[in-house]
Write a protein that binds this ligand. Structure first.
Ligand code: ATR
Length: 280
């Protein structure tokens, strides 16, 4: 019988994880089955236990269960501990091992696929929620010259920056509100807010632009066509634009490696997803 994997979410029917992992399995000749499972909002832990009892070997976890998965895990990787969120579970007897592959997925996309070297660059991270928290440690590992975290709720940004100050190997991260960005410019601007879900934009200053010449604007969201943030970044002079499809596939590849010990080739899978939903 094939090994069983799944993604838990609510909602989950839109998830691209089943097609991504099925493609990885075919490419790496791994005998596994991967499906999307809708967990009731108040019964995530029970859903995981039922899946393990049915022979499940591992699972991805998406909105809104990443914090609950963190609490459910009996053992955590260092990066999951730093993120205080888990997006990948591995079931090993009675043990539930929790990992977080989001930060590594973002880094792989930035450094390998987009060939953007973060070291010495000025980086602006927008948002201070779960999505932002999952990538701060990975960004700091690359030793940017500056890491500014901007959020509508300034205190949340400052607290997030503070949490990671101790592990900064170069500049310490700084948290602020959007107004404080006036007059500053950055080489990499990452949108980790959920604003795009509502078709909205983070309130970035317009003139002067926060996008330095030759900058890269990166939206962790993706969808059909250009996201509102990327359209804004283009109009504001960002030279390069990228949506979150590459990160989605790279974080999946990290999870696949966590489960199966093999690294799939992500390029053909990213290309296939782009054909289905072309980015702007
Ligand atoms: P997630 O896990 O997706 O990060 P979250 O923890 O609810 O979700 O965080 C959402 C983030 O998007 C927050 O940083 C939120 O800003 P506030 O903390 O100030 O609320 C940000 N966000 C959501 N809608 C936004 C908008 N229209 N403009 C700017 N930021 C927005």
């Amino acid at each position: 019988m094939s090994d069983l994997y799944c993604v838990f979410g609510n909602p989950v029917s839109h998830s691209k994880s089943p097609s991504i992992h099925t493609a990885f399995a075919a490419q790496c000749r791994q005998d596994l089955r991967y499906e999307a499972l809708l967990a009731p909002i108040d019964a995530f832990a029970a859903s995981v236990r039922a899946f393990v009892a049915a022979g499940g070997r591992g699972a991805n976890v998406t909105v809104p269960f990443k914090e609950e998965a963190f609490r459910l895990a009996t053992r955590l990787t260092v990066r999951a501990e730093l993120a205080v969120a888990v997006n990948s579970l591995r079931f090993d007897g009675a043990e539930i091992l929790g990992d977080n592959t989001d930060g590594a997925g973002l880094l792989k996309d930035l450094t390998k696929n987009l060939e953007f070297a973060i070291a010495g660059q000025r980086v602006l991270l927008l948002g201070a929620g779960g999505a932002a928290r999952g990538v701060v440690a990975s960004l700091l590992e690359e030793r940017p010259a500056v890491l500014v975290i901007a959020n509508r709720n300034t205190v949340r940004a400052q607290e997030l920056a503070q949490r990671f100050a101790a592990i900064a190997t170069a500049a310490r991260p700084r948290g602020c509100g959007y107004l404080e960005l006036a007059g500053q410019s950055f080489d990499l601007v990452i949108n980790a807010t959920s604003a795009s879900l509502a078709g909205a934009l983070p309130p970035l200053p317009v003139a002067p632009s926060v996008f330095a010449p030759a900058s890269l604007a990166y939206d962790m969201m993706y969808g059909k066509g250009e996201t509102p943030f990327l359209a804004f970044a283009r109009a504001q002079g960002a030279e390069r634009l990228a949506d979150g499809v590459g990160m989605l596939v790279e974080q999946a590849a990290e999870a696949f490696h966590f489960w199966r010990g093999v690294c799939p080739d992500t390029a053909p899978v990213i290309a296939a997803l782009r054909t289905l939903a072309p980015a702007g």
